[in-house]
Ligand binder design. Structure first.
Ligand code: T5A
Length: 211
């Protein structure tokens, strides 16, 4: 008998939205339901993906073209899907990923201005119809997110971008969510941490109960 395919849950948001903090809350909610839970991230999640992450975040490649950037994101994703995400789901365990393809729609499609259609071509080519079962978007006004992120030392190549870039990223995320309310849940991440955690728990529990 083959195991039932596991569930794939992703977390998204602009810089400083609080994904790392939210990840722990989502993990606590899922543990009671998931046979096994693999927590991972993008770009990254495999040795090759983590090496590509270094390239993408490092200031050594300031002049990287938007096309190179999106193709590197998808190269890391191809490895991630092949080596981690799909095998885990196929054995019946669940996967929780800190970012996935929606980040390419938001950052490269929106932020860099490549547009939705080019990302959709890459998504279709790599994933076919495969999509996350649930995506939580932590939404925060750009200025508030950036001021939280600024408290960290050494901004990476993305964090060094200007406010307008992140406004386009945020708008792209909200546009995705508006098109498919079945899959996306928007979390108001401008609230104090306790309120954000409560809203996350409520959304995840509702989704779990509806399955
Ligand atoms: N990228 C990624 C693309 O461009 N395309 C792609 O396809 C993919 C997959 C790396 C970068 O790659 C880009 C996007 C990114 O720029 P990342 O590692 O996920 O991706 O980068 P970050 O967004 O920088 O993720 P972080 O984990 O570093 O930041 P978080 O998770 O958003 O923020 P977090 O949880 O560390 O919180 C930041 C600070 O705010 C506080 C926290 O305590 C922390 O100090 N905070 C709050 N304070 C008050 N109230 C709240 N509600 C708070 N929530 C958090």
């Amino acid at each position: 008998m083959t195991a039932q395919r596991g569930r794939f849950i992703t977390l998204e948001g602009v810089e400083g939205a609080g994904k790392t903090t939210a990840l722990k809350t989502v993990e606590q909610c899922l543990r009671a339901h998931a046979p096994g839970l693999r927590i991972t991230r993008e770009p990254g999640g495999t040795p090759l993906g983590e090496a590509v992450r270094e390239l993408l975040l490092s200031h050594s490649h300031e002049g990287m073209s938007a096309s190179s950037e999106v193709l590197l994101m998808f190269a890391a994703r191809a490895e991630h899907l092949d080596k981690v995400i799909l095998p885990t789901l196929e054995q019946g365990d669940w996967v929780l990923s800190d970012r996935f393809t929606d980040a390419s729609y938001a950052y490269q499609g929106g932020g860099r201005g490549l547009g939705i259609d080019r990302i959709a071509v890459l998504e279709q080519w790599l994933q076919g119809d495969f999509r996350p079962d649930l995506t939580l978007i932590l939404d925060v006004p750009v200025e508030q997110g950036l001021s939280r992120a600024a408290e960290r030392a050494d901004p990476d190549r993305f964090e060094a971008e200007k406010g307008e870039f992140f406004e386009r990223v945020r708008a792209a995320y909200l546009g995705l969510a508006a098109q498919n309310p079945q899959r996306y849940r928007i979390i108001d991440a401008s609230q104090p941490l306790d309120a954000v955690r409560d809203h996350i728990r409520e959304c995840v529990e509702q989704w779990l109960n509806r399955r």
